[in-house]
Design a protein around this ligand. Sequence first.
Ligand code: ZN
Length: 274
Amino acid sequence: MMIKNKVKQLFEEQLKDWELARNNYEALNRVKVKTLDVDGHPYKVQFNPARITSSAAKVDPKSIRERKCFLCSENRPPEQKGVLFKERYTILVNPYPIFPRHLTIPALEHTPQLIASHFGDMLDLAQQLDDYVLFYNGPKSGASAPDHFHFQAGNKGFLPIENDRNRGNAICIESENRQEMLDRFQQSYDSFPLQPDDSEPLLNILTWYEKGKWITFLFLRKKHRPDCYFAEGEANLLITPASVELGGVVITPLEKDFEKITAADIAGILAEVC
Ligand SMILES: [Zn+2]
């Protein structure tokens, strides 16, 4: 069976057999959404309380060392099943969804979140799962498991960037040729600045496959969390921008933030982190 069909089947089975996933996907139908025009680009704001764990995740080295890795197979919930990809990854249903169909795709091995040697796999996943947008959050760019390599994927037709590709804050590469995608990715990657303590440039990546072509957006980051994340009182917005936000969907785990966030706030956050 094709990977795509196996994943479809996985979704049906998990929503039938796994109560946590079923409840959270059902809750997604009731989340509040509003659309804002940010400098001519449509941005959706989604109030999603189930995402608090991810948005507020502690990702400093000490906290990471002291917690059990939730992407290692021995620590995953027994109900969570997977589809093997290339003998190196497991495709899992994400039980805390943003998308109506949301996947987490960890490497089988507990290896750090570094894209360089994995970008080819990202292209292959995007081609096989051509009804999904694949995304990668760097270890200091929104990944809540910086110690265990993983991609995520969300169904197409959800992120505004798919139909709104003129993004000043991103590099877009597209080609029908896999090797050309790899070469152009490498060129961009090599040209990005690397901070002294970091193993890779601060990056978010979105990739999908459409009409025989790969489309990849590379977002180079200046910082992980915007100042408003740490601000006191009224100025505080609990937002950790990552690939989904850069693709045009801003997640607010707190209702007060959903109510008060404006287009100007989003423009400010994007300018600050990209
Ligand atoms: Zn792990």
